[in-house]
Design a protein around this ligand. Structure first.
Ligand SMILES: Cc1ncc(C[n+]2csc(CCOP(=O)(O)OP(=O)(O)O)c2C)c(N)n1
Ligand code: SF4
Length: 347
């Protein structure tokens, strides 16, 4: 007798799309990211019932509506707190945070830092369009000096924060970068982020066609990408350029990188630095590279597992509940305590 198979059919990217009408401006980079995330979930054989998207407020944060998974469109900058609560309540859920540069780094900056340093096991996708899209184009913490916007008609005078440097400086264990329209690389990076246990932070350059169109053209335009981007891969030499003849090496006698050309001034491939994604200092140097002097680094800049917040909390709760000898009241009253009393007038 043939045994009936009960295996569920493999889901496709379409199965992760909800029936909601997508309400981003035509041409917005968010569409490409949505597509890449849906494909990633299908590729990693994620389950709709086990997946949660949590967002704050902004155009990017409309994301959970468009996913056929669980979702939480929360409050401005507070997705990390909600995602942490979800993971503490049910660590088996696969939690993704979707945030804009304003949401994550301005009102949510403090929450972002603490999520990352705690290493809660979530994927944090930062859609960086260097502007506030939803609130009609004010400058954001990542807007470059000189950016003109409705709130800075004379040009932004504030220095921008680097999202990847902030993530590294916050003790991040997985820090990566990608471009919205580079679907193949973006999907590969998202798969790595998904496989990582701990907070995996991915900054995605996202074009806002309405308020900051072309902000990343200098390194994302078709004719510029090969020379102005470097795709880093663990164990591979840091080579880039249309002719694959440019590379990065450490400046002799200094903790700095420089761009060199293979075949010129005696430079050979052996001189080119090999990417080590477990080296935080190298991650910082790569994160610090800006065009036009340097190519912009894409891919996994840093990856090194560490303690996971919800795992450690569970261990603590377990230890406390199985060996508890003292009550909270006892804990509060142990050590040096004073009884406050007497006549207030005597003081
Ligand atoms: C407490 C609070 N303050 C301010 C706002 C107004 N507000 C809504 S979205 C937003 C910024 C969104 O920008 P960003 O996070 O970069 O996302 P984008 O819209 O560009 O995707 C602001 C300031 C709000 N909704 N709540
Ligand atoms: S305002 Fe910008 S970020 Fe918002 S939906 Fe439109 S194009 Fe996208």
């Amino acid at each position: 007798m043939n045994e009936a198979t009960t295996e569920a059919p493999k889901l496709t990217a379409k199965d992760f799309a909800s029936n909601q009408e997508v309400r981003w401006c035509p041409g917005c980079g968010d569409y490409a990211i949505l597509k890449a995330v849906q494909k990633t979930l299908a590729d990693v054989e994620a389950k709709t019932e086990n997946t949660v998207f949590v967002s704050g407020i902004g155009c990017a944060s409309r994301f959970p509506y468009y996913m056929a998974t669980y979702g939480f469109h929360s409050i401005h900058g507070r997705a990390p707190a909600i995602a942490t609560g979800i993971k503490l309540a049910n660590p088996d859920l696969d939690v993704w945070i979707i945030s804009g540069d304003g949401d994550a780094l301005s009102i949510g900056g403090n929450h972002f830092v603490h999520l990352v340093r705690r290493n809660v096991d979530v994927q944090f996708l930062l859609f960086n369009n260097e502007i506030y899209g939803l609130t009609k184009g004010q400058f954001s913490p990542t807007s470059r000096v000189g950016t003109r916007s409705p709130s800075s008609p004379l040009g932004c005078i504030e220095n921008p924060v680097s999202a990847v440097q902030l993530a590294l400086g916050s003790g991040g264990h997985f820090v990566a970068r990608a471009v919205d329209t580079a679907q193949k690389e973006l999907t590969e990076t998202l798969k790595r982020a998904h496989a990582f246990k701990g907070t995996s932070f991915v900054e995605i350059f996202q074009n806002c066609v309405v308020y900051n169109d072309g902000a990343f053209d200098a390194f994302t335009a078709k004719d510029k990408a090969a020379d102005m981007q470097i795709h880093v891969e663990h164990g591979k030499p840091l080579i880039f350029g249309r002719e694959r003849n440019k590379g990065l090496r450490i400046v002799s006698g200094a903790l700095a990188l420089e761009v060199v050309t293979i075949g010129e001034n005696g430079v050979t491939e052996a001189d080119i630095l090999v990417h080590d994604e477990t080296n935080r200092m190298l991650g910082c140097l790569l994160a610090d590279m800006n065009e036009p002097e340097f190519p912009v680094a894409m891919g996994v800049l840093y990856c090194k597992p560490g303690h996971i917040f919800e795992v450690e909390i569970r261990k603590m709760v377990e230890a406390q509940t199985s060996h508890a000898t003292t009550s909270l009241n006892d804990v509060l009253r142990q050590g040096h305590t004073w009884a406050v009393g007497g006549d207030a007038d005597e003081a």
